[in-house]
Design a protein around this ligand. Structure first.
Ligand code: HEM
Length: 278
């Protein structure tokens, strides 16, 4: 915990549906405060356009997590059950810490998906230092692989480059919000609640923050899961998951429906196949 609370910015890269990961995040928040720090707590799950609603709850005399949940329309958001995130929101509310939305508004996200990263960099010039920064070829290829494997090889190859661009655009936006939050008066550092897909060097938020907040120290913590406890030297699978993080916390995998089932299988057209009706 000492290492975690000594950084300017700590990224806590979760499996969104793992209750133990959220418990760890809430303890990190408590620990920073116990050490006399007052960080902003930023969430990938909240969009910048929701900030006024968030601030209204924070300004109320006794903000509750239920009021928060309603104000941000959590139940309609598509993120996992609010009960999973309640411990970390409650920790932030208990200590009266700023809660900051990190993700871009939906219309920006849609424009990024539609027009790609170059057009997005022209529309949002403050992100140019990240979006224009050269990405090492191997890292770019690894990101495409990640998009492929993270979606179970079910999405068409032709979609992957644009998906990688979208991922980089989201990360640039979030890094911009984090960099702004740590410069705010009365804020001492940032704790970032985010998916594990955004925390691994050499890309992800560490790359984006290196362009937008180069003077700030960033600690990337991977909240991981393994099928069963490992005794002795870590397995190759665990080492691969841990790669690119400064520190990892490992929990036992939870039971969940196969996420691949949520992604429709892409069937490439074969010669002679009839086009879809309509
Ligand atoms: C805009 C482009 C997209 C981006 C940037 C994106 C990004 C991501 C990332 C970073 C992950 C985590 C993977 C990992 O841990 O390595 C993920 C998971 C996932 N994505 Fe996407 N995605 C995109 C489009 C899609 C589409 C089109 C679908 C469905 C048709 C989809 C369905 C899923 C599902 C089901 C998961 C697994 C979630 C889980 O593990 O519970 N994504 N996506």
């Amino acid at each position: 915990m000492t290492q975690i609370s000594a950084s300017d910015i700590v990224l806590l890269g979760e499996h969104h549906d793992h209750p133990v990961h959220h418990e760890v995040q809430s303890r990190v928040v408590d620990d920073w405060v116990a050490r006399g720090r007052r960080p902003a707590v930023l969430f990938e799950m909240l969009r910048t356009d929701q900030q006024p609603a968030i601030d209204a709850v924070l300004a109320s005399p006794s903000p509750s997590s239920d009021a928060f949940r309603a104000a941000v329309g959590w139940d309609e958001s598509g993120w996992p059950d609010f009960a999973l995130y309640a411990p970390v929101f409650e920790a932030a509310l208990r200590h009266r810490l700023p809660i900051v939305a990190a993700q871009m508004p939906r219309d920006q996200s849609q424009a990024l998906v539609r027009n790609g990263i170059d057009a997005f960099a022209r529309d949002v010039p403050e992100l140019a230092p990240v979006l224009g920064a050269p990405v090492p070829e191997a890292a770019a290829a690894a990101l495409i692989d990640r998009m492929r494997s993270g979606h179970c090889g079910r999405l068409p190859e032709s979609m992957l480059p644009r998906m990688a661009e979208v991922q980089r655009g989201w990360e640039a936006w979030m890094a911009h919000e984090i960099a702004a939050a740590v410069e705010t008066d009365d804020v001492d550092g940032a704790i970032v609640i985010i998916g594990r897909g955004h925390t691994q060097r050499p890309l992800g938020l560490p790359f984006a923050l290196a362009q937008l907040a180069p003077a700030r120290s960033v600690l990337s913590v991977g909240l991981l899961e393994v099928p069963e406890p490992e005794v002795g030297p870590p397995s190759a699978a665990l080492l691969a998951l841990a790669a690119g993080h400064d520190l990892v916390f490992v929990a036992i995998e939870i039971e969940r429906p196969d996420p691949c089932e949520r992604i429709p299988e892409h069937r490439p057209k074969t010669a002679g196949e009839a086009p879809p009706a309509g």
